[in-house]
Design a protein around this ligand. Sequence first.
Ligand code: ATP
Ligand code: MG
Length: 371
Amino acid sequence: MELPIVMSHKARITAKPTAPVNASSRNLLDHLESAVLWVSPTLELLYVNPAAEMLLERSLNRLKGESLKSICPGNSELVQMLEKASDTELSVTRRNYRLKINSNQAIKVNLTVNSISQVGIVVEMQRIDRARDIDNEFKLQKEQEAIRGLIRGLAHEIKNPLGGIRGAAQLLQSELADQPELLEYTDVLIKETDRLKSLIDQMSGPRRQPQKQRVNIHEISERVRKLLAAEAPDSIRIRFVYDPSAPEVVADKDQLIQATLNLARNALESLEETGGDLVISTSVVRKFTIGNTLHPLAVSLKIEDNGPGIPESLQPQIFFPMVTGKATGTGLGLPTSRSLVDAQGGIIQFKSRPGHTEFEILLPAAPQDHE
Ligand SMILES: Nc1ncnc2c1ncn2[C@@H]1O[C@H](COP(=O)(O)OP(=O)(O)OP(=O)(O)O)[C@@H](O)[C@H]1O
Ligand SMILES: [Mg+2]
């Protein structure tokens, strides 16, 4: 396709670059974590890469040809930056820019606008909150690994004497056959040592190595659906919203079911008193960083409820063992889910405010067959 000749300032403003993004540059842009928007001097979108599709929550097909002003209304400063860049052919950078992506949502980005002669305007954006989340996830993961190590060490030390206590209680039990009134004491000893052992086992996290295989995320959600159906009272409505295009993931089915079930049970429990809605949904996420790796495709499994939310004071510690807001809770559901999802190479993130809590499991998509 012919390149526009954009020479004079006036021409620059009115000419519409028509050069397509060719296959190799598109391939390059598709792999970037930064959102890239290619805009004509009249501010029509010519191309957006997948990271920008995610950021703007719309597909290239829907965005192409649209005016940036109509896609991102309320971003007059961005429009001014584009006009300035187009006029001066200098690049303009803004840090901590609050980009409105729709009438009720804004995200913070660092952005650079470049006007490139005969090409048009290229806007590059990086989400700041996501970068901060990745940092926090990293920190949390390190802390949790340290805690798990400590618990495993302690567990070993505690389980040996516990075994001894249990054995001695059993011996005593056999000696007390003719004094049944004393047997209730040995029963207590045995039951309580068993309870302690199972608590320590749960706190130590999964002992078995994950047996990973390619699995459709809907196989997991369907199993969870069946289990929940038996547990949920009528006052709780459970809905499932599936994205059939979700690619397979590589995971241990049972561990993933357990991780999801713990999250769903928390949602059920939060709705126990008032009733309400629980929604389990799946979707595809492009360009998602987990740990140090940027995955081109990830699968999201979200569990949402409209219960009271997690108390703010509890939120920073929510994934630590024995943190609970319930009178009878053990505070092991979330740390277990987290270590199980970690073992599959995924992450769990959450958001919570009164009336809306969502936990999201994100897992890298399985490699495509031809890879
Ligand atoms: N969907 C939710 N809505 C409100 N609070 C939640 C939700 N999910 C978790 N929480 C809060 O997080 C705490 C920790 O959850 P976690 O699953 O780790 O432990 P638990 O549910 O208290 O006990 P356990 O799961 O071991 O029986 C809960 O006690 C609750 O206060
Ligand atoms: Mg729980």
